[in-house]
Design a protein. Structure first.
Length: 1221
């Protein structure tokens, strides 16, 4: 049974572009259309090309087509059944592979080529980069390589080269253009700058909210500006920028917006009611609207200027001109200097890139292999370079082309299918007697390519350009083309990180309608969700998703519930937790609210879901179970919060995909063991293996075994007399004896059995997953051995590559979890799936900050950060990178909305969203930053009172035919307390413990609320002190009480750390040796939303660079970070970690980082005395003690006399203990 719109989508007399929203029966349409082409259009299976983007989708489509065909009877269908083995239903990559094997000579590759795995590709790339950095460079690239290394160093240069290789089609074209025509590249950059300024100015002028706010502020500035109160001073300062906003010149408007952005001194509550009267509200609301909008604009684009020359910006054959008649300012000179530097560095980078590409291509050629990107690129080149050989061949064999999930295509894939269709049109014209010369064909092809590029670049439909060339092109061939069918949903395009270009869907729709004389069809009946969910989706996304004229924006079209679901009862619920200062705190609270709700659903048994009945159209209603629930998260770094909450409340769950198999700790530990067996001199791998659950040594134990020296760890393990060390040595020795004598699979199995690691994991709460992952590695090793010669060295290499490249291999499923478990997955992984109950957590999370150092795209080629020679040690955005980042941010913002839509439409019966209390409902759409903001602005903006528990009928009065929706609101504090028998704190992952545990106590949140100090501190031995605590107490007992006593009686999630302390945590993480990315990802919640993450990251990176390059560190022999210790002073126990232990030729040194303002040396004496005592107990020799001030880069030696401060330390411990009692 088909709906009216579905029936329209089965037409085969015209080309069609079908928009199929979530749950509207897209696959049903595809299958029925395929069969109808056979039944009515006279096609055979081999004459239909059906393409999709995943093996799973292709297999599902083929299976359903075959199932329907095999239900048919008669001689004709018997013949079709046999011919289905030649059906071309495949992925794009599979199709390209067939093309390349058929036309391998033209493609210049071996017809028997193999396809590289991710590991193999990574190996080739790594070897090429390693060779570049380690070998003497050729004379042809030496200067260019030196320039790049001087500018970026090996770390960033490797990042650049990897990204250039990933986007090699655009990289190659750009560097070729740069070498051949530098002026054209420069003109494109300036053209793009002018255009972005024009777009920004038009956005401002066309917004009534912004122009009214600007006019109101200008009026107030003329009346109230002066040197009086804060409001008067602010109005005085912005008067000139506000006057610029009245101009029609895009450059003036951008200068005005820049002035608003950079002028400080205003606030959302400034001004005296006594002076302004009712105008105070106008001032504050106008300030908020204009400030919130300008803060999101790119200052580097607003401030950039072009040279004093005429610049032409071509759009659809029209011309947008701007001529700077003013004399060149210092800013102009600075901009020109930066452009010259950019061009110089890019040319050098292009030389180095070409060398890397040559080496990679050569290695692939030797292996007779290509990777997946090569498949697409080489096929594209075939269709472009040999249209009358390759494209015509496929145009003749395929009568119809069907493309599924077209919103996920990229420009190259779209061009491949376009080449077939264009050649098919030519074939059709030849059949009707229309003669076309090769010259005209190539001319039309060129025009079409130009039009496609211009269509993509045109991001503002309000600009009036000449359309003459468009009309001429269409008039050359107005014949109806019925061969193309594309289906997808632009609202579900969420793969920008894979270079998917949603604008291709809009462009192809326009081509189908205007050039192929086809039709656009939108499916309008939803078969998945209840009417409550659809009302919410229609109401919210009908307002959120609008076609702004930019290629990546699409309007939402409402859908209706199907008849079968009309009477089913569903719900939409919003659970609001208390607000918290930090993002990590909010994430934990929202995750706990989600977990409590899940327990309620299961324990109370009042939530019902529907499943299909035995007969078509029937459904059964039943109580919800664990397996009906899916928790969706936007990013995997939030997984730890969800897992913590689910474990805390005793909820069975499984993670779909998880962190990736090769990111799991048990796999990293197994790799360490195997790496040591491959090379017994690998002390780092042995150290990691010994401190893992495989052997269970502590850092202190290993430090004592090493004697402070890392070299020769295995020999030192042999010499150690402890029973634990002897056992470990004997086991490792036995494995070493057989490591080269048996196969890797036998070796790994022996290690698993003899180590007892499986028993260790079996005793852990979540050990089943770890065991399953180790078994999966074991199976993988056996599979690799089937391919031929496979050694331990090869195994370790592949594991290392998988770890370093973060191979996306999914985790294994633990057998004992069972099907009745909550499923946790990312929104990206959930695409194409549906669940009875969907819970979305983390709605208050802000989108990640875009901080790319390099961007490669089709429009502007390569944009990079360049050294700022004025500061000498920093980087700034080049002009193309500034434009690319601004465009990428707009695309990412649009994709965030679509990601929200995808998550919401996974729900069949119930949708539950968990968020934090918003500080306020945003006053304008521009002020919305999170999913919570969107919900509040569009659905709750008319509610003036506090949002309490209850049923809200929201979204009325929009006048856009989108119905209102009913949302159940629940305050998280009103959820019932869930009591489960589990040690929640023991299940908290290590990185969560840093957030939810205080420095001295390991108690769960519920314990902390009712914590009684006297009950826990009956004697001195029950308290473990830190050197910092004693130092704080001796300097200020009141401060100690505030930090260590009062704050411990509150939930540590709300510990009010200062900003200075927060930054100190990040600096310590960076200085401990963590990568900058991992440090910021782990602690970015410590930074407020107002801070420039990019600048902070660069600042801390520079601090670390200065430290490591200091004279003090240059002559160090060994260096150890975060050395943990425990010691005792007169019966009082101390624990902590020394920031860094450094060995030089003259002995050992303690270094303690100080990230705040400098103090007197005496303030550090007690702390350093404790560290010195602890280090002496570890090293058996007395170290020297230094503090390092990260802000100034200065080392200060502290020479504490332990005997002189011991009495002060003991006295402080006694007073703290007595005070606590």
């Amino acid at each position: 049974m088909l709906t009216k719109r579905q029936s329209e989508a089965l037409r085969h007399d015209v080309s069609l572009c079908v928009t199929a929203g979530a749950g509207t029966g897209k696959t049903h349409v595809l299958v029925n259309r395929y069969i109808k082409l056979i039944e009515e259009a006279g096609c055979r299976p081999a004459e239909i090309l059906a393409l999709t983007f995943t093996e799973k989708a292709a297999a599902e489509m083929k299976e359903r087509v075959e199932r329907d065909i095999f239900e048919k009877s008669g001689p004709f269908w018997e013949m079709i059944k046999e011919e289905m083995m030649w059906a071309n239903i495949s992925t794009f990559h599979s199709f390209c592979s067939k093309v390349l094997r058929e036309f391998s000579i033209e493609a210049g590759i071996d017809p028997g080529f193999s396809v590289l795995s991710e590991n193999e590709s990574e190996e080739i790339i790594s070897d090429a980069i390693k060779s570049l950095f380690s070998k003497k460079p050729d004379d042809l690239i030496k200067k260019s390589l030196d320039d790049c290394l001087c500018a970026y160093g090996t770390y960033y240069l490797e990042i650049f080269l990897r990204e250039l290789h990933r986007q090699r089609r655009y990289s190659g074209e750009f560097f070729e253009k740069l070498n051949n025509n530098e002026t054209e590249v420069l003109e494109e950059w300036r053209c793009a700058l002018l255009y972005e300024k024009y777009v920004i100015s038009q956005e401002f002028k066309k917004s009534p909210v912004l122009t009214e706010a600007s006019d109101a502020l200008l009026s107030l500035a003329e009346s109230f500006s002066g040197d009086g109160d804060k409001a008067a001073r602010y109005l005085k300062n912005i008067k000139k920028p506000l006057m610029l906003l009245k101009s029609d010149d895009p450059s003036d408007i951008c200068k005005g917006l820049l002035g608003i952005l950079q002028t400080s001194g205003g606030s959302r509550n400034m001004g005296s009611k006594k002076v302004l009267g009712d105008l105070k509200e106008v001032l504050c609301s106008s300030y908020s609207a204009l400030k919130e909008y300008s803060d999101e604009l790119p200052a580097d684009i607003l401030s950039a200027e072009v040279s004093d020359r005429k610049i032409k910006c071509k759009k659809n054959s029209g011309v947008f001109e701007d001529e700077d008649k003013e004399s060149k300012t210092e800013k102009n000179k600075s901009d020109d200097e930066n452009i010259k530097r950019t061009l110089k560095i890019l040319k050098s980078l292009g030389v180095v890139y070409n060398k890397i590409e040559y080496d990679i291509r050569r290695e692939k050629h030797i292996r007779g292999a290509i990777d997946f990107t090569d498949m697409i690129n080489l096929t594209y080149r075939l269709f472009k370079d040999y249209p009358y050989v390759v494209a015509k061949s496929y145009a003749r064999r395929f009568k119809f082309i069907m493309i599924d999930e077209f919103q996920d295509t990229d420009p190259v894939q779209a061009e491949i299918t376009s080449a077939i269709i264009e050649m098919a049109k030519d074939e059709s014209d030849e059949e009707t007697g229309t003669e076309k010369s090769n010259k005209n064909a190539e001319t039309n092809s060129s025009i079409n390519r130009t039009l496609k590029n211009n269509t993509k670049r045109d991001i503002n439909n309000n600009i009036k350009f000449s359309q003459k060339s468009d009309e001429d092109s269409r008039n050359t061939n107005d014949k109806v083309c019925n061969r193309l069918f594309v289906v997808g949903d632009p609202k579900q395009s969420i793969y920008l990180f894979r270079s998917a270009d949603v604008s291709e869907f809009k462009r192809s729709g326009e081509i189908i309608k205007n050039e192929y004389k086809g039709e656009l069809v939108s499916l309008d009946i939803n078969f998945r969700s209840t009417k409550e969910i659809l009302s919410f989706v229609n109401c919210l996304f009908g307002k959120l998703l609008k076609d702004s004229g930019k290629p990546w924006d699409f309007s939402y079209e409402p859908v209706s519930v199907c008849d079968a679901r009309e009477k089913h009862k569903g719900s939409v619920e919003l659970i609001i937790s208390s607000d918290a200062k930090k993002a990590s705190e909010r994430a934990v609270l929202e995750a706990e609210a989600a977990a409590k709700k899940i327990r309620m659903i299961k324990d109370e048994g009042k939530t019902y879901v529907y499943e299909k009945g035995e007969n078509p159209g029937e459904s059964k209603r039943r109580k919800a179970s664990w397996g009906d629930i899916s928790v969706l998260i936007e990013r995997r770094n939030n997984l730890k919060y969800i897992e913590y909450a689910l474990k805390k409340y005793g909820i069975p769950y499984r993670v779909y995909g998880g962190l990736g198999l090769y990111e799991k700790q048990e796999i990293l530990d197994a790799k360490s063991v195997l790496s040591f067996l491959k090379n017994p001199d690998d002390d780092i791998s042995l150290y990691a293996a010994l401190r893992s659950p495989w052997f269970g040594f502590s850092d202190a134990e290993l430090f004592r075994i090493c004697g402070g020296y890392a070299n020769g760890l295995f020999l030192k393990l042999k010499q150690c007399e402890t029973k634990k060390a002897k056992s470990a040595y004997e086991m490792l020795s036995s494995w070493l004896l057989c490591a080269r004598k048996i196969s890797p699979s036998e070796l790994f199995r022996q290690i698993l059995n003899e180590s007892g690691i499986l028993a260790v994991y079996a005793g852990q709460y979540d050990g089943a997953g770890a065991i399953a992952n180790l078994e999966k590695i074991s199976d993988t090793i056996r599979e690799r051995e089937k391919g031929g010669f496979y050694t331990l060295d090869r195994l370790v290499l592949e594991l290392s590559l998988s770890v370093s490249s973060k191979d996306r291999e999914g985790e294994a499923e633990a057998e004992d979890i069972g099907e009745d478990a909550v499923l946790v997955m990312t929104v990206h992984a959930s695409k194409g799936l549906e669940f009875p109950i969907v819970i979305m957590s983390g709605l208050s999370e802000t989108p990640p900050f875009e901080n790319s150092s390099i961007i490669v795209d089709k429009e502007l080629g390569t944009g990079i950060k360049i050294p700022d020679f004025e500061s000498g040690d920093d980087y700034i955005n080049s002009l193309p990178l500034s434009i690319q980042r601004y465009r990428l941010k707009q695309k990412s913002d649009a994709e965030s909305k679509r990601l929200f839509y995808v998550a919401a439409t996974r729900a069949r019966d119930h949708l539950i969203m968990c968020t934090s209390e918003p500080k306020k409902i945003p006053a304008s759409f521009e002020a919305c930053k999170t999913r919570t903001d969107w919900i509040m602005f569009f659905l709750f903006s008319e509610i003036k009172d506090e949002i309490r528990d209850g049923l809200y009928d929201t979204g009325k009065g929009d006048g856009e035919n989108f119905s209102s929706c009913k949302i159940i609101v629940t305050r998280a504090e009103n959820l019932p307390e869930i009591k489960v028998k589990s040690d929640a704190n023991s299940m908290i992952p290590a990185d969560i413990k840093r957030i939810v545990s205080s420095e001295d106590f390991k108690l769960n949140n519920r314990d902390l609320k009712n914590y009684n100090c006297s009950a826990k501190r009956k004697d001195s031995s029950s308290k473990v002190f830190s050197a910092t605590e004693i130092e704080v107490f001796l300097n200020s007992p009141a401060r100690h009480k505030e930090i260590y006593i009062n704050m411990h009686r509150e939930n540590p999630l709300f510990k009010n750390d200062s900003k200075k302390t927060d930054e100190g945590k990040i600096i310590h993480a960076v200085f401990s040796g963590e990568t900058f990315d991992s440090s910021f990802e782990k602690y970015r919640g410590f930074l407020t939303g107002d801070e420039n993450i990019s600048q902070k990251k660069a600042e801390f990176e520079n601090l670390y660079r200065i430290f490591m390059q200091s004279d003090f560190m240059k002559d160090s022999l060994k260096s150890y970070c975060e050395v943990s210790f425990t010691t005792e002073i007169k019966g009082f126990r101390f624990s902590g970690s020394i920031d860094r232990l450094v060995q030089k030729s003259d002995g050992w040194y303690i270094i303690d980082y100080k990230t705040g303002s400098e103090k007197d040396d005496s303030d550090y004496v007690v702390q350093m005395a404790v560290y010195k005592k602890a280090a002496f107990e570890i090293l058996k020799e007395e170290p020297k003690t230094f503090v390092y001030h990260t802000k100034t880069g200065e080392f200060t030696e502290i020479s504490p006399d332990f005997d002189s401060v011991e009495s002060d330390i003991v006295s402080a411990c006694e007073k703290i203990t007595k005070g606590s009692l």
